[in-house]
Design a protein around this ligand. Sequence first.
Ligand SMILES: [Zn+2]
Ligand SMILES: [Zn+2]
Length: 423
Amino acid sequence: MISLKDPTFELRKKFILKYTELVKSFPLIDKIQNREFAFLFWDKDYMVRHRGFSNPQLFLSELKGVAPRHAYLSAALYNSPADKIMSNKGWMGCDFVVDIDSDHMDLSCQKKHDFYICVECDYVSKENITKCPKCEGLIRKQLWLCDECLQASKNEVIKLVDDFLPDFGIIKDNIILNFSGHRGYHIHLREEFIRAMNSEERRQIVDYMTATNFEPDDFFMYKQNIGSFLGSTIDDAGWKGRIANNFLKILNKHDSIESFDLEFGHLDLDAKIKHILFGTDKREHIRNQLLNKNKYWTIRDVGKIGWEKIKKFLLTISKCDIDVPVSIDTHRLIRVQGSIHGKTGFIVKPLDYYEMINFNPLSDPIVFSMDQKKLVKMEITTPKCPEIRIQAEYYGPYTKGEKIDLPEAVGVFLACKGVAILL
Ligand SMILES: [Zn+2]
Ligand SMILES: [Zn+2]
């Protein structure tokens, strides 16, 4: 039963209506009979787990019936997915899932749009605090999203798929990709040899992608005796080639410090190094060494310390920023593709690689109405509601107590974010 006192009552009604529509053309779920399902509902703060469905019809009728706030399925396949005891489920293998989410990245936009707000006194902080300094009340994390952080997530996906997966023999046509419905993307790899891997084997892949414990002993070091950096060539395989190619790409792309800073200014590469690499004719010199496949890199005026800084920078931009625990857990639950994300009202959208390139995460996963003739009445409940772009329009910023008429999709977004209520 829906309780009338529930502040999410109106929102939940909208999810019920929307799911009734969505189940009519729901994306197919691979090996549905072998997956565990889990739901988070509106009025319970715990997850209902260990659900199993022997066919898609049963799952869709449940989804339509309960219209959960969040819906998950296991990356793992089981003989008895609904068994409540994990060891009795009969593990058959697990998709390798990569979760890329701007939440884990350090981005300049987050400082503009993320707030930490006291639930008692509305004290607003830009710092990630756990207790209110004024009244000791609990803090609500109000994390936002914008084009910049969504683009950062997309760039990481492109890096993963283009730079790393080919090292494991996986081509872009063989990946399953979903927009997460919030700030990132999920990549599922389903090759049999990958499904059979245990956690430790997965960790080795993850370490490779994230350059964890990366201590090359045969390259990427300054050689004092010859005054050169032993680098690598653009024809080398794996990490060697990746670093040389990325160095060359950056030197090709940026012919001034200003241009470099537009892309990498947030990474605080030493000003002197930036000047040498992008503000003098030494750029051309090192570019030629890379193009000529010389593995010894030499720049006049750059010694051991300078090369260490360049090395650190090249490693930072070359490694992949992924949520590590998701990839190594062989029992992980992950959002159901085609479901609605309860923190945005956006759909978890299946995409192929090429669709992802042109995918617009603040337009394309919108499933609620943008009809200007069917506006919903909203009241803002947070002291700081940042601006949000939904399709072509920007909405907000708003302040507490404001009453506004908004397209349904925008109202649902704000209500899901917990910053407004549908009246
Ligand atoms: Zn407070
Ligand atoms: Zn952002």
